[in-house]
Each structure stands twice: as structure tokens, then as C-alpha cells.
Design a binder for this molecule. Structure first.
Ligand code: ATP
Length: 307
């Protein structure tokens, strides 16, 4: 599959602040890349670099294969972005704001405004003035502006931020539809991992400008699945058996000696039998669920070692 974006050691420094440090990532055509990180993690900085609003201090990236800034400028025609809320003209209606941006972007066609407003569900309310819009409508108008010109790549900075639960579902469904029907590649940021659940196909976790981990949706769900906690009489012996006999390396020994086993491939009974069949006593055992947010907290707080 074609690489739409490929960042290598991408770094952005603002005076003494390292907003982005040596970030490597690849986004392929048709992916929905979820960029997750707390406030100040560097998400906006990354998207602004791709959108050409700022330039790297070090490192580089390609956009539709283009390396050079001038060549990238041309490729930006194929990109739509909402990075920080676009400045709507408050006195103008939705439709007039669309017209304003259509001309500014030099997008031809009489039907583009109607088609795009229908896509985002704002056609019926096109006569409303921008200043009277709810946050959800503003987010959709921002998206409509970004969608004019049928971009192949969408860059969305926190488009779900502040939406109510039904607004989140609507936005998620809309983005999914654009991705599936038009094969649009999307890079979307959020500081709340669960907002991107069931949407992103790949996740990248940013923390203080660094990329901590990148996972496919499948890998993330495996990590967030069930895990087993087992308290045994001989921890050292048990983990040797776990690695040697069950070839299982994805586990953690907590400070109190509890063994936490992730990525369960076998029935829980197999893990207790491993102890009992080898003369190790079991003091307790329980099956637990790691939620997306728990997982996110565990990696941003320095990994599972601190769990
Ligand atoms: P948020 O969700 O709060 O926007 P973010 O993950 O998007 O967070 P960035 O906006 O990319 O984070 O900011 C990353 C770091 O760079 C922060 O520490 C921020 O204070 C700093 N920063 C961003 N823009 C500038 C600037 N123009 N000048 C100086 N520092 C900046």
C-alpha cells in the first residue's frame, strides 16, 4: 500500500521547548491514524508540520512521496485540514462561510458547497449564522471546509473535543463513511483514547513530544483484553515455567509478587495447571479487564513497570 505520510526523526523545537522529538511514523493509504496524547504532547505540532504551517527543526517527512517543501506545497492540494478551529465569519451563514472558503481555496464548481454540506449534515441549516452554531455544528462546518475539493488526506486536530456523546458517534460515523466510501486517509488527534475507539485503524501514542508506541487497532485490543492475575508460592520458578513451557513472555511481576499475564492465548486453566503440576501452590487467581484508558495511563506513566 502506498505511503501517504512518512516521517523520519521529525523534530520541532520552539526556543527551549522540544514540541516534537525524533518522531518516526508511516501512514498508508486508507488508514485512519489516531494520534493520542495529553495536552502539550505535540499532536498539533505534528499536524501543523504536515499542513506546512510550520517547518521541522530537524528530521523530515514525505507527503504523497514528496520530500522538498516546494513539491509538498503541490501535494497539499490533495490534503484537507482542521487544525485549531478555522476562523468562521460570525455574521455570515454556513453557506456564505463555505463560499468564502471555496473562493479562498480556489475550488471550482457550483455543486461543491451543496454536496459537502449534505455530506456533513448541514445542508438543511445552511442559512444559520456561524455565530449561532453549537459546538457540534461548528465542528461539522470545519470538517465541511476541510472536505471541499475532495482531499485524499484529512488532518484533523481534536475534531471530537467537546462534543456530546451523540455528537461523538455522529462524527465517528461520518469519518468512517468518508474513509470507507472514498478511501480517504485520515490522521486524527485526541487526548481521549476512547474517543478514537472503533474508528482508528492504527494508534500512535505521543508523550512530551516523543512517540511512545504505535499499535494497530487489533494489537491495541489484544493488549486491552483480559489479563490474569495469579499469586503463587514460588514466583521465580513460575515465571521460568511460563516462559519455557508456555512460551509466554508478555507478563509482569507486580511489587507484591502478583504475576500479571497479558495477551492470554490459552484458557485460564492452563496457567493454573502450570503451577499445580510443577509443585507450586496457588494463593489466588483472578481474570481482569484492562480498559483502553488504563492502558493509555500505563504507557504514558512510564510503562507497566509502574502499574
Ligand atoms: P494540545 O491538545 O494542548 O493542543 P498538543 O499535543 O497538540 O496539545 P502542541 O500544541 O503540539 O501539543 O504543543 C507541544 C508543546 O509545544 C507544548 O509544550 C507547547 O507549549 C509547545 N508549543 C506549541 N506551540 C508553540 C509556540 N508557538 N511557541 C512555543 N511553544 C510552543
Amino acid at each position: 500500500m502506498e505511503n501517504i505520510v512518512e516521517a523520519k526523526n521529525l523534530t520541532k523545537r520552539y526556543q527551549s521547548c522540544m514540541a516534537l522529538q525524533q518522531v518516526n511514523l508511516t501512514v498508508k493509504r486508507g488508514e485512519i491514524y489516531g494520534l493520542v496524547g495529553a495536552n502539550g504532547a505535540g499532536k498539533t505540532t505534528f499536524l501543523k508540520l504536515l499542513a506546512g504551517q510550520i517547518f521541522p527543526s530537524e528530521g523530515e517527512f514525505t507527503l504523497f512521496g514528496a520530500h522538498q517543501q516546494r513539491a509538498q506545497e503541490k501535494q497539499r492540494m490533495r490534503t484537507g485540514a482542521i487544525i485549531e478551529m478555522p476562523g468562521f465569519v460570525p455574521q455570515l451563514t454556513i453557506e456564505q462561510n463555505m463560499e468564502y472558503y471555496r473562493r479562498q481555496k480556489g475550488i471550482p464548481g457550483d455543486r461543491v458547497i451543496e454536496d459537502t454540506l449534505k455530506t456533513v449534515g448541514l445542508w438543511e441549516v445552511r442559512k444559520k449564522r456561524a455565530k449561532t452554531l453549537s459546538l457540534g455544528m461548528k465542528q461539522r462546518l470545519g470538517l465541511a471546509i476541510a472536505l471541499m475539493g475532495e482531499p485524499e488526506l484529512l488532518l484533523l486536530d481534536e475534531p471530537i473535543n467537546g462534543l456530546d456523546p451523540s455528537g461523538i458517534i455522529e462524527m465517528r460515523n461520518l469519518l468512517k463513511k468518508l474513509n470507507q466510501e472514498k478511501n480517504m486517509t485520515i490522521i486524527i488527534s485526541s487526548h481521549i483514547l476512547s474517543e478514537l475507539e472503533q474508528l482508528a485503524t492504527v494508534y500512535g501514542f505521543l508523550d512530551k513530544g516523543r512517540m511512545l508506541e504505535q499499535l494497530s487497532a487489533r494489537q491495541l485490543h489484544e493488549k486491552c483484553g483480559n489479563y490474569l492475575e495469579i499469586v503463587v508460592t514460588d514466583v521465580e520458578k513460575y515465571i521460568v515455567l511460563l516462559e519455557k513451557k508456555l512460551q509466554h513472555k508478555d507478563y509482569l511481576v507486580l511489587a507484591d509478587g502478583t504475576v500479571r499475564i497479558y495477551g492470554l492465548e490459552k484458557d485460564a486453566v492452563a496457567y493454573s495447571a502450570l503451577a499445580s503440576e510443577n509443585g507450586i501452590g496457588i494463593r489466588g487467581m483472578s481474570l481482569k479487564q484492562n480498559s483502553l484508558e488504563d492502558y493509555y495511563m500505563s504507557i504514558t506513566k512510564g510503562g507497566r513497570e509502574n502499574a
